[in-house]
Design a protein around this ligand. Structure first.
Ligand code: ZN
Length: 286
């Protein structure tokens, strides 16, 4: 029986897991993200001697996932201290001697949602709305992106008329999608941490509008089967607001027959989409 490894590397924590042939978690650990060297050593310690056959690794980006590139396996231009230009794959490959599939956490999540739906969705878009905003796309079973991975969290959106005073928080673009609709924008607008703001607060109407604009754009660009909205900011309440805004912004230009099965929360519980995706991507390597 083969075992597969999953590494989900986020800005604040790393989740490592071991999965069986059925891609079920048999062992899991969570530890904080510190320096690249310390964190990667912790990853290696967890997997060492566990007899895994391959690893799927989904990391916060931007990162270099083109295997032919000299910086393959590197995090590239992140504002996260110490992680810019950090090589995160080669030590794992060297120490554990297994093939590693390296991609973004959102690509892993998109793939996990595709697996959770028994590969029945031809065009699946996964957004995470959390500390940042990112997205991954699985089209006809393949993760897309030729010269790199998608960066759909940083697209431009039209300003909401009731949000004209807010500058936006993206260090690169200020008022891109992430700059206007990620979790930290709540605290930046209200001075209260996002988790403490009631879900019926009007700030979520702004977020819903921006997220809906992104969903309309990707609908018009790709015509996918469905769009999944995950991440710590998403909730049933926010999803309902996004659907309303989506209807308004789309204005029946493209017909979506069933909005409830088009815009959805993740199928995998407890933020497990990336882990499932990583197991499957690891299995694909063999
Ligand atoms: Zn941006």
């Amino acid at each position: 029986m083969k075992l597969y490894g999953s590494i989900e590397g986020g800005g604040t924590k790393f989740v490592c897991a071991i999965g069986n042939e059925q891609l079920e978690v048999v062992e899991k650990t969570v530890f904080p993200t510190t320096t690249p060297e310390e964190t990667i050593n912790e990853v290696i310690r967890f997997f060492k001697g566990k007899n895994i056959s391959a690893i799927g690794m989904g990391m916060f980006g931007p990162l270099e996932n083109r295997e032919t590139h000299e910086k393959y396996g590197y995090i590239t231009s992140t504002p996260k201290k110490g992680w810019g230009d950090a090589d995160v794959v080669s030590a794992i490959k060297k120490e554990l001697q297994v093939p590693v599939y390296f991609t973004t956490d959102v690509n892993s999540s998109a793939y996990g949602e595709y697996i959770a739906r028994n590969k029945s969705v031809d065009g699946l878009v996964y957004y995470t709305i959390g500390t940042g905003i990112g997205a991954g796309i699985v089209l006809n079973g393949e993760i897309i992106g030729v010269t790199g991975h998608p960066e759909m969290g940083h697209v431009s959106v039209k300003r909401h008329p009731q949000d004209s005073e807010f500058a936006g928080v993206c260090p690169y673009h200020k008022d891109c999608l992430e700059g206007l609709a990620s979790g930290p924008t709540i605290e930046a607008r209200l001075g209260i941490r996002g988790e403490k703001v009631p879900l019926d607060h009007a700030v979520f109407d702004l977020l819903a509008n921006y997220i809906a604009q992104a969903c309309v754009q990707v609908t018009l660009t790709l015509r996918p089967t469905m769009i999944i909205l995950g991440g710590g900011v998403m909730s049933e309440k926010l999803l309902a607001k996004v659907k309303n805004e989506f209807k308004k912004v789309m204005n029946n230009y493209v017909e979506i027959t069933d909005l409830d099965s088009y815009l959805c929360l993740p199928a995998v519980a407890e933020n497990g989409s990336a882990t499932l995706g990583n197991f499957a991507l690891a299995k694909n390597l063999l």
